[in-house]
Design a protein around this ligand. Structure first.
Ligand code: FES
Length: 143
């Protein structure tokens, strides 16, 4: 008999348990399960994309008005750590000026997430690098 355990993607209780046992905090699990900023912005002023060292991909959509990030969304083809990090990044940069958003660090996201497994820290870096790339490309365009 096949002993492989298949997790039902709709069974949030099972997913929650598995992530908690892997070292994700309640906060990180909430961001992953709720995905509050996953998707696109039809009227985005900047769309950028980045592929991480692991091969996972993030796209970011920024709405910028008068130099302030009004809204942002991420599209993430990646792991729970990547999704939680991207969602936390939006909460940290929404309403911030571009220079303020540029100061976002991996540590800021880690503090907001409270805990994710150590081998997932590069997922936080991918969220930050994707944002920085979008800010670079946006500023290059409007300069
Ligand atoms: Fe690739 Fe998390 S494993 S971003």
């Amino acid at each position: 008999m096949d002993q492989t355990q298949v997790i039902d993607p709709n069974n949030t209780a099972e997913i929650h348990k598995m992530l908690a046992e892997s070292g994700y905090s309640e906060k990180a699990i909430d961001y992953f399960l709720q995905k509050p900023y996953m998707g696109d912005l039809p009227d985005a002023d900047q769309i950028s994309q980045m592929v991480g060292s692991c091969g996972d991909t993030m796209g970011i959509y920024l709405k910028v008005e008068a130099g302030v990030i009004q809204d942002a969304r991420y599209q993430v083809l990646g792991c729970p750590g990547a999704i939680a990090s991207a969602m936390a990044a939006v909460d940290l940069v929404k309403g911030k000026s571009i220079p303020e958003a540029r100061k976002l660090t991996d540590g800021d996201i880690f503090r907001l997430l409270e805990e994710i497994p150590p081998k997932k820290h590069h997922c936080i870096q991918l969220a930050v690098k994707t944002l920085q790339k979008a800010l670079d490309e946006y500023e290059h365009k409007v300069r």
